[in-house]
Design a protein around this ligand. Sequence first.
Ligand SMILES: *Cc1c(COP(=O)(O)O)cnc(C)c1O
Length: 219
Amino acid sequence: MNLEGRIREVRARLTRSCEVAGRDPASVELLPVSKFQPEARLREALALGFHRFGENYVQEAAAKASGLPEATFVLLGPLQSNKAKLALGTFAELQSVDRLDLAHRLERLAGELDVVRPVWVQVDLWGEATKLGGCPEAALAPLLAFLVGSSRLPLKGLMALPPPGELRAFTQMADLREAWRQRLGRDLRLSMGMSGDLEAAVAAGTDQVRIGTALFGER
Ligand SMILES: *Cc1c(COP(=O)(O)O)cnc(C)c1O
């Protein structure tokens, strides 16, 4: 099947799962994840109406960004501090902010570069941080408090990458989002759900699904 057909299939899955959950399909954003996909693939997706792409690796995304000025990129992968500056120059938004020292550094560099970059906090409730990145629940309060006070790094929401088969993960994240919404007294979006589990994420209330394989094929 070509890209157009796979986009139609993914949209149909999203619409169906929204119907089941009694949600408006327009309330769930589909973020295509284009890591390891060649630039030609992204051009095809651009022609079919996608303008924002999730990428995991700073250097790979920086190369794509210079070839595709009409696209914008969202960082999904773990960010090493020494790539923070390149990341701020490459990505319109950062979804994998997961520690206070990184947030401090990003804030300082964003000031130097005079840029504003919306950020999401990647949460790890499952002890996976060493492998996948993510902020453990016990370290969330100071990180969220810092970002709420930052004008350079406005806080958009919470992102999670639960290990496969962790069935309670999506409702755990929905509960966590609700608790922090109340504590902070402001809205927080939720980004979770990938090719294999978007239905469960939609059922739990995600605002964004990040889809790679189901759109672009195997990597
Ligand atoms: C690769 C990746 C995705 C997309 O995963 P698929 O299973 O290919 O849809 C989503 N989010 C993150 C953080 C990823 O690294």
